[in-house]
Design a protein around this ligand. Structure first.
Ligand SMILES: *Cc1c(COP(=O)(O)O)cnc(C)c1O
Length: 489
């Protein structure tokens, strides 16, 4: 072979490592300053049209270079955030992230392992993180688990194991068509949409999800649930699963999980708990009693990027019986056969426990953050957020122009601006407008929901940066904007 005319081979590594190193240092400096000064900026601002237009530029075919790529990030990306790292962001249920979590993401990407299987250390890190999660949540040590993208995927994993384990036939081979009886699942009307999505994806159809009414505390109505199960049995359905809520997205309600576990036991049903954020309240000794029964779940879904403040994405699915979990997902063709020794050895193959084959090293940010702060600190922060919610609720109660719209069992406060002469419909319009004005002011970012037909400003606190005075600012601003809207008609 003539090697003389062969072009030099390329790679994506820098030609000059020293330059790249310098750029890296600058990036760290810039982003640390950005985090340190987040409080001084507006929570959110609308993205200017010219910035949106910038993202219509065609595919770069020729290199623009590292400096240009970073400059464009500084000019067009960094200044227009969602706002969720800000101390006055309380929209939906969205986490804040941390500086060390961010750095850990960088380190994980540097190592860049594929955590689907094989014998390398990232699998052991993830296994330890799962062990720590079990310990934190009081879940059996011998249960199995998987880190996933978030609560939605954790619900899908848990409910897939539920479906396959409760099916009266080999569902993996024959599919849901082969079901001799239609399978049904039960949860309250306040259950998160991701549960319905999972049930749809499982081919069961959203009609199979029996959404049971709630009581005045927004918890599942137990007698309504029992009646629904009984009626379904009489009509020839096969009830398979109850989904318990540990913290509903609207109001933070926690179902009576111990009663639900009893019913599951008595009826031979799978008990799945969606504890996306609320499950972590067990870390506070004051809140822990609210979650009694959660540890009895057959599968448990929760997020680490919400109330554990980890950077996106990371959630977790735990399954009581490892065998059920593996039987649902394990599929090992020749090219994935596990060995006894060598790189393809090792006993931990996470691809046997979920949808993904290739998986990122999302465990590292959890592992490092848990070491950095310890579980107790997280418990204190969670309690702090709940105390802040109670403080906000008491402020709302004190103001004649504000009205609380739901109980505050956890970290979510639903309220609205009110005026004597306005009916519900006008108040809905006014509060909708008020929320948009509030967002555009950059002062605070709650979200919204509808409670008994009333449009509510909804403050969900999974934010380690919020302080008491931030809620005073919110109350002041809501009243100011509400009065302004009222006077402008
Ligand atoms: C956020 C949330 C989910 C979905 O979790 P993602 O991490 O957004 O996928 C499910 N259930 C509840 C109660 C939630 O708050």
């Amino acid at each position: 072979m003539n090697l003389e005319n062969v072009p030099e081979e390329e790679s994506l590594d820098p030609a000059d490592w020293q330059l790249m190193r310098g750029l890296g240092h600058r990036m760290i400096d810039d982003i640390m300053t950005y985090l340190e000064t987040v409080r001084t900026r507006p929570v959110w601002q609308p993205i200017p049209e010219k910035i949106k237009a910038y993202f219509k530029q065609p595919l770069p075919v020729e290199p623009q270079g590292t400096e240009q790529a970073y400059q464009d990030f500084l000019d067009y990306v960094l200044p227009h955030p969602m706002g969720n790292i800000h101390p006055r962001f309380w929209g939906w249920v969205i986490g804040t992230g941390t500086p060390l979590g961010m750095l850990a993401e960088m380190l994980a990407a540097g190592m860049n392992p594929n955590v689907g299987g094989a014998d390398h250390v990232a699998n052991y890190v993830e296994a330890q993180v799962l062990d720590w999660c079990k310990e934190m949540l009081g879940y059996p040590a011998e249960s199995s688990g998987l880190l996933v993208s978030g609560g939605s995927m954790a619900n899908l994993v848990g409910l897939t194991v539920a479906r396959n384990s409760k099916a009266e036939f080999d569902l993996r081979t024959h599919g849901v068509h082969a079901a001799p009886r239609k399978m049904t699942l039960y949860g309250s009307q306040e259950t998160h949409s991701s549960v319905q999505k999972a049930i749809e994806l499982l081919g069961l159809g959203s009609n199979a999800f029996r959404q049971i009414p709630v009581n005045s505390d927004f918890k599942i109505d137990i007698s309504g649930l029992e009646t629904a199960i009984l009626e379904d049995r009489q009509e020839g359905y096969q009830p398979i699963c109850i989904i318990g809520n540990a913290g509903t997205v609207n109001t933070g309600a926690i179902d009576d999980l111990d009663r639900l576990a009893d019913i599951c036991q008595r009826e031979g049903l799978w008990f799945h708990v969606d504890g996306a954020f609320g499950a972590l309240a067990v870390l506070s000794s004051e809140l822990r009693p609210l979650l009694v029964g959660m540890e009895r779940a057959d599968s448990l879904a929760f997020d680490l990027h919400k109330w554990m403040y980890m950077p996106y994405e990371v959630g977790c699915a735990l399954v009581r019986q490892e065998e059920d979990h593996r039987r649902t997902f394990s599929l090992t063709p020749d090219y994935l056969t596990h060995s006894d020794r060598g790189l393809a050895g090792g006993s931990i193959w996470f691809s046997d426990y979920g949808v993904q084959l290739s998986r990122g090293f999302r465990a590292l940010k959890v592992w490092m953050s848990m070491k950095e702060h310890g579980a107790q600190k997280y418990g204190r922060l969670i309690q702090q957020n709940v105390d802040q919610a109670r403080y906000l609720a008491s402020q709302v109660d004190d103001m004649s122009e504000l009205q609380l719209l739901a109980p505050v069992p956890l970290n979510i406060v639903c309220f609205r601006f009110v005026a004597d002469n306005l009916d519900d419909e006008s108040l809905n319009d006014l509060n909708k407008e008020l929320l948009i004005d509030l967002h555009e002011s950059g002062v605070a970012a709650p979200s919204y929901t509808v409670i008994d037909g009333k449009y509510a400003l909804r403050v969900a606190i999974t934010n380690h940066r919020s302080k008491r005075e931030d809620f005073e600012v919110l109350v002041r601003e809501v009243i100011r904007l509400g009065r302004k809207l009222l006077h402008s008609g």
